[in-house]
Design a binder for this molecule. Structure first.
Ligand code: ACO
Length: 333
């Protein structure tokens, strides 16, 4: 069974409520029909009810039974405004500003998740990554014991024997532009947990650099070395090693030369990039040149799941990200 089918099956086994703040958007409306029909989640479209119904009609899409909530007129808007004000008043927000803010579907949806009226949220067909992350960081915050929200991609490289027969987790490719050593360690630990809990992998985590085990000296390498030490100290139970060049991380022969004795080098299936430039470029290179399937970016570390879409996404992408978000929601206490 392919991985996405596994996510679909799991999502159906315990149906969760997922808010879609871009409810007036065409691809989102089409996706909601499929999600409902397949029983992947109970989706809630946010936006103007008439606009959404009219658009569905003109697209010939059946959204009967899909809940639609308009933040402009919703019963809960006042409660959400009050709660948002309480959460953010120390940052200088006024009640008046809070009332305006929660009428934005992105903030309304985030408040739904915060207060348990939805189990997760997916957006990004129209909004940028920052538009999704900011309300999430302000309102939902991190899960207990986690300091840094980050993201991962599941990379499925065809016809490859590297990693788990071509399957890897890459992180962080979408959230933290320039993580500190402490943040990089947190990203490595979160991704190892994701590998175990979401993807049934036995994680072997490589902290990537342009140096392997002291072959070069530079402050950028030093950051990766320090992050490796912190991660190992925090989680001695995990297999994490660094600093490693990409070839030493995944190619056994190179690992034997450059990092003999490492239990990770040559077998890594979780690749931690030193910053967002490397991570973002890295996943796109593998996606385009190796024709890998890239599932993500999926957020990790939030107290409750919210996930981003690419603005170039298609209907199938939205359906799949909703399924993954629903599975993450099942694991949320
Ligand atoms: N983990 C936990 N908390 C965080 C994190 C994090 N990674 N980053 C910021 N925060 C917290 C801050 O402490 C702050 O909390 P507070 O307001 O309660 O004090 C809050 O979040 C807002 O932080 P700011 O620093 O004010 O937020 P900023 O404006 O810098 O935005 C953001 C943060 C949105 C994550 C920003 O770093 C960003 O835009 N990242 C890159 C996103 C992006 O463009 N990705 C690439 C495209 S995606 C793709 O190609 C697949």
């Amino acid at each position: 069974m392919d991985l996405m089918k596994e996510f679909w099956a799991k999502a159906k086994s315990d149906v969760k409520r997922i808010a879609l703040p871009e409810g007036e958007e065409e691809r989102t409306i089409k996706a909601s029909e499929i999600i409902k029909r397949e029983g992947l989640a109970e989706v809630i479209l946010l936006g103007n009810v008439e606009k959404i119904r009219d658009k569905a009609r003109s697209l010939n899409v059946n959204i009967e039974g899909v809940e639609i909530i308009d933040p402009e007129t919703a019963e809960k808007t006042t409660q959400y405004a009050q709660e948002f004000y309480e959460l953010r008043k120390s940052k200088g927000i006024t009640l008046e500003k809070a009332e305006k803010t929660v009428k934005d579907t992105m903030y309304f949806g985030t408040m739904m998740v915060k207060l348990g009226d939805a189990d997760g949220l997916v957006s990004g067909a129209v909004h940028t990554t920052g538009d999704l992350l900011r309300p999430g960081l302000q309102v939902i915050k991190t899960a207990p014991g986690i300091s840094t929200v980050s993201s991962f991609f599941i990379m499925l490289v065809p016809d490859s024997t590297y990693g788990n027969n071509g399957m890897f987790l890459f992180s962080d490719c979408a959230v933290n532009p320039n993580p500190t050593a402490e943040q990089l360690a947190a990203i490595a630990i979160s991704t190892a947990e994701t590998a175990k809990n979401l993807c049934n992998m036995e994680p072997k985590v490589a902290m990537l650099s342009f140096s392997t085990k002291g072959s070069a000296d530079h402050e950028l390498v030093e950051k990766v070395r320090k992050a490796t030490e912190i991660a190992k100290e925090l989680r001695p139970d995990l297999q994490i090693d660094g600093e490693l060049q990409l070839d030493a991380a995944i190619v056994d022969k190179v690992a034997q030369q450059k990092a003999p004795g490492s239990t990770v080098a040559g077998q890594a299936n979780v690749l931690i990039f030193p910053d967002l430039q490397a991570g973002n470029i890295g996943y796109k290179l593998v996606q385009r040149l190796a024709k890998a399937e890239a599932i993500g970016p999926v957020c990790q570390g939030f107290a409750k799941p919210i996930n981003d879409l690419s603005r170039g996404c298609n209907v199938e992408d939205i359906v799949n990200v909703v399924a993954v978000t629903a599975v993450q929601a099942q694991a949320t206490v």
